[in-house]
Ligand binder design. Structure first.
Ligand code: FES
Length: 352
């Protein structure tokens, strides 16, 4: 139904001529103002049943938003983070991420759609011509803005349409809970876990490339071998967290070339094991120069002397690399003789 089909007496009163409009061109206003096109009344303006239907639609959208937010929270608490599902056409995705994305997206979409539908069908539908004005806001203008705001609030009928107001308030109150729930990921506090790695007495040194336990004869002079603790596998849930602390560099030196007494005591037949994590900002060290026994961090070129307790000889790193004390077990495999004696990585101990 259009406004042309509606009896004249049912139509809301037309607005008067816009302020400042002129019908005929004159010297001061060389162009005649064509004025506003005829106003098309919406069905909701003249049919209370249609207005009620729109009201219920808006309320339904806000209600769906509330349910979606509840679904977000329930998903966050109940869906295991390691479960994956197949979603066409994306493929396999994390079930938790999918559930969180869908529910939060739906909650936000329904709030937006509800607000748009409310504005388009139920709020004031009067065309207003506003004259250009200086950018600087005068006290009168500010007063007008306040008055317009009050008028807008009145015209939105937020006080009269209690169903919309209450469901909107419910949706807007619940949706921030999604953000609050995510704060749970800030915890728990790490406690002393940053001071310890997976290394402990008797843990075998496993070659990161072959996944085989290392024997002394596997480590040639001049080579650089990377090792991880026995039992830590790439598919483990906390692999990245643990390897970031436990990764080792294994190098064989001539015992006569080792200048640091403690380094020599903690080595086995010249084989030394050092943390692979740079003490500057934690890059993995990967370059070894066998002639000088220097290792170089590729990030900011910190250089450590492995023949002298891995002390820093160049670059921004503030500390020597932590050394792991190693030996050989009864079966001839390289093993750790304990954990690192200081936290690995970037200057953590300065804050602890
Ligand atoms: S992280 Fe190694 S030098 Fe910066």
């Amino acid at each position: 139904m259009s406004s042309q089909d509606i009896p004249e007496e049912n139509l809301p009163a037309q607005q008067g001529h816009a302020h400042g409009a002129v019908d005929v061109a004159d010297e001061k206003n060389p162009f005649a103002d064509p004025g506003l096109p005829p106003h098309e009344h919406r069905i909701q303006d003249i049919d209370e049943q249609a207005a009620r239907r729109s009201e219920r639609a808006v309320a339904l959208l806000f209600t769906v938003s509330m349910l979606a937010t509840v679904g977000f929270i329930v998903s966050y608490v109940t869906v295991p983070h390691d479960r994956s599902i197949y979603v066409f056409p994306i493929g396999h995705v994390s079930a938790l991420n999918f559930a969180l994305g869908v529910t939060l997206g739906l909650a936000l979409f329904c709030i937006g759609a509800g607000a748009v539908h409310w504005a388009r069908t139920l709020m004031s539908d009067v065309e207003i011509a506003d004259e250009r004005h200086p950018i600087e806001a005068s006290p009168e203008l500010r007063a007008k803005v306040h008055e317009d705001f009050r008028q807008g609030a009145k015209e939105s009928a937020i006080g009269r349409r209690k169903l919309i107001r209450n469901t909107m308030l419910g949706a807007l109150t619940l949706v921030p809970l999604s953000g609050l729930m995510l704060l749970r990921d800030l915890g728990p506090l790490p406690g002393t876990s940053l001071r310890h790695t997976l290394w402990s007495k008797g843990k075998l040194l496993v070659n990161m490339n072959t996944n085989e336990p290392l024997r002394p004869e596997d480590v040639a002079v001049g080579s650089l071998t990377f090792a991880k603790p026995e039992g830590l596998e790439e598919h483990d849930e906390d692999f990245q967290k643990e390897i970031a602390k436990a990764a080792l560099m294994i190098v064989r030196l001539q015992p006569d070339n080792i200048k640091d007494k403690r380094e020599l005591e903690w080595s086995h037949e010249g084989i030394v094991a050092y943390s692979k994590i740079c003490t500057h900002v934690g890059c993995p060290i990967s370059l070894y120069e066998q002639q000088t026994h220097h290792v170089l961090c590729p990030c900011h070129q910190s250089t450590f002397d492995l023949s002298d307790g891995a002390r820093v000889i160049f670059g921004p790193a503030g500390h020597a690399l932590p050394q792991l004390r190693i030996g050989v077990n009864d079966e001839g495999y390289l093993e750790a003789l304990g954990d690192f004696e200081e936290p690995v990585g970037p200057a953590f101990w300065e804050r602890g």
